[in-house]
Design a protein around this ligand. Structure first.
Ligand code: IMP
Length: 192
């Protein structure tokens, strides 16, 4: 019998991406599958802290293996803002367009456009905790371009490209994204 891992995310796209890597070796369950509908308060001030809060909450409640993630955008000239506040940078409820607007306004006239996306994965497997991090570096555009992807994709141009994440095909973004890199590290650590 395959071991089970509960993925602490309600984002279907993320679960699919994780499935493509782990599904042959583990039975992956969503929070819905185990009947967990509570809000988990992610009040840590680091990605590692928030990913661990999610993984530990599920692990404690169901005594199961669990994988959780936390991601965000860090902009050098803004002292690494929006960081852990990426989703709600312009306030509640989450509004990606207003978040972008806030970034573009704050970055007006600033020459240093360096930024990176970061993903932290927290895995609790057989009662042991593992952390994996992935990053992708790039620059913040002066204005939006493209309509694919989500979040800050229209203003993020990864190093080595002259298009934004929002102009890339999904597969192209998934090959170099922060999330893909964190997942690749997990795969290496677990299976290689
Ligand atoms: P989450 O922790 O993966 O839900 O990400 C938190 C927030 O970071 C999202 O709501 C987005 O604003 C931003 N973010 C994370 N990953 C990406 C990405 O791949 N593209 C654009 N924005 C992202």
């Amino acid at each position: 019998m395959k071991h089970r891992i509960v993925v602490a995310s309600n984002n279907k796209h993320k679960i699919e991406e994780i499935k493509s890597i782990l599904a042959n070796r583990y039975d992956l369950l969503s929070m819905e599958d185990v009947g967990f509908y509570d809000d988990i308060i992610e009040d840590a001030d680091t990605f590692v802290g928030n990913a661990l809060i999610k993984a530990r909450t599920i692990h404690k409640k169901f005594d199961c293996n669990c994988l959780a993630d936390d991601s965000g955008l860090l902009i050098e000239a803004l002292n690494n803002e929006p960081g852990v506040y990426s989703a709600r940078y312009a306030g509640e409820p989450v509004n990606h367009d207003q978040n972008i607007e806030k970034v573009l306004l704050k970055m007006k006239g600033i020459e240093n456009r360096k930024a990176k996306f970061v993903t932290v994965l927290a895995l609790i497997l057989n009662n042991e905790e593992f952390i994996f991090e992935g990053e992708v570096h790039g620059n913040i555009r002066l204005e939006r371009s493209g309509n694919k992807g989500f979040g800050y994709d229209p203003i993020f141009e990864p190093i080595g490209y002259n298009i934004t994440f929002a102009e890339m095909e999904e597969a192209e973004k998934n090959a170099i994204s922060h999330r893909a890199r964190a997942l690749a590290k997990m795969e290496m650590a677990l299976f290689k």
